[in-house]
Design a protein around this ligand. Structure first.
Ligand code: NAP
Length: 314
């Protein structure tokens, strides 16, 4: 069943598509057919779509996953349920939701029904759209690291979207968290609830000074070459997980990748509610771009040192 909540644009919808790998300028506005939801799928009228580093890695052709072109990026959205696929029970047209998607850089995107959570009324579309990938990744890796209350976790890249989610979720679970970032990120990291320190030369010594009894686990949420420090601090590769450092294989460190499978919808909802209530925070306000300016949004996301998620708004 489809609602009338459509943004008219010819016979189809506006979307950002790319037909060749390359720089941000390969992203172009296109008029594409509105996708039909299949079994297990929900069509969402997109209000905001999160831009992730994976998006520009795929666009540039450097992501190690085959991509069929032309393609529409966008793995997370917030919006209004527009239609549901055959046999789907639960979400109904008009519901305000956020979660995982394919083709999120568009007026309409498809989401797996088990990848959507209700959007708290007090949360903006942009903030809701910035959560699913970061929360799912942080939740998954913290599960692998199994930090117990009172243990000390080192989060490398704590001011990033994933790192900031990890810091706050680990704090709720009772861990002491040390977070690394640039000098400009130190205040933000402290506000998230971590003991802040800078990355770069001397990292292991700075962490030893902050945690004389050692760190119990390391979450590398940035992937910028600090795994040897992590191994030195842990005295081996046990309880170290990276989500981004390709050196993991050579060092024998666990690399955790996302993929299809069950989404931690409960964690999405809890995180969103804590954000709406002010208990949690984002590292900075989302930086929003209109859909048509997706190329500028990618250039901004690729910068890598500005806090706050880049979000396309529709
Ligand atoms: N495997 C997976 O499932 C998965 C899932 C999501 C993301 N990822 C990957 O994880 C990485 C982070 O994603 P994100 O969305 O959190 O990105 P993000 O919001 O852009 O954050 C990137 C962070 O990296 C930090 N950083 C930059 N240079 C650094 C350095 N030399 N040493 C340490 N940290 C540095 C930045 O901190 P400052 O601003 O303080 O410099 C920033 O906080 C990306 O590579 C992404 O592709 C992987």
């Amino acid at each position: 069943m489809a609602s009338q909540d459509r943004i008219a644009y010819g016979e189809g919808m506006r979307a950002i598509s790319f037909s060749e790998f390359g720089g941000p300028d390969v992203l172009a506005l296109a008029d594409l057919p509105v996708p039909d939801p299949g079994p297990g799928q929900v069509r969402v009228a997109v209000r905001a779509a999160g831009v992730n580093p994976a998006d520009w890695k795929i666009r540039s052709g450097t992501f190690p996953m085959p991509t069929q072109l032309p393609a529409v990026l966008g793995f997370e959205v917030a919006g209004v349920v527009d239609a549901v696929g055959p046999g789907v029970a639960g979400p109904a047209p008009g519901d305000e939701v956020f979660g995982n998607a394919t083709g999120g850089y568009a007026e309409f995107a498809l989401s797996p029904v088990d990848g959507l959570a209700d959007k708290p009324a007090g949360l903006s579309w942009a903030d809701a759209a910035s959560l699913p990938v970061a929360v799912a990744t942080a939740h998954r890796v913290l599960g692998l690291l199994e930090c117990k209350p009172g243990q000390t976790l080192l989060v490398m890249g704590a001011a990033g979207a994933v790192g900031a989610a990890a810091v706050q979720l680990a704090r709720v679970d009772g861990a002491t968290v040390i977070g690394t970032g640039s000098p400009e990120s130190q205040e933000v990291i402290a506000a998230l609830g971590a003991v802040a320190t800078t990355y770069g030369d001397g990292l292991a010594d700075r962490v030893r000074a902050l945690a004389p009894d050692g760190v119990d686990a390391v979450f590398d949420a940035s992937g910028f070459g600090a795994l040897p420090d992590a191994v030195a601090l842990r005295g081996g590769t046990d309880r170290i997980v990276t989500i981004a450092d390709p050196a993991a294989a050579d060092l024998g460190v666990t690399f955790s990748s996302g993929g299809p499978g069950p989404r931690p919808i409960g964690a999405y909802l809890q995180f969103a509610e804590r954000l709406a209530s002010g208990e949690f925070r984002l590292p900075a306000a989302a930086r929003t771009f209109p859909l048509a300016e997706a190329a500028a949004a990618h250039a901004e996301s690729e910068h890598g040192h500005r806090r706050g998620k880049v979000v396309l708004v529709i």
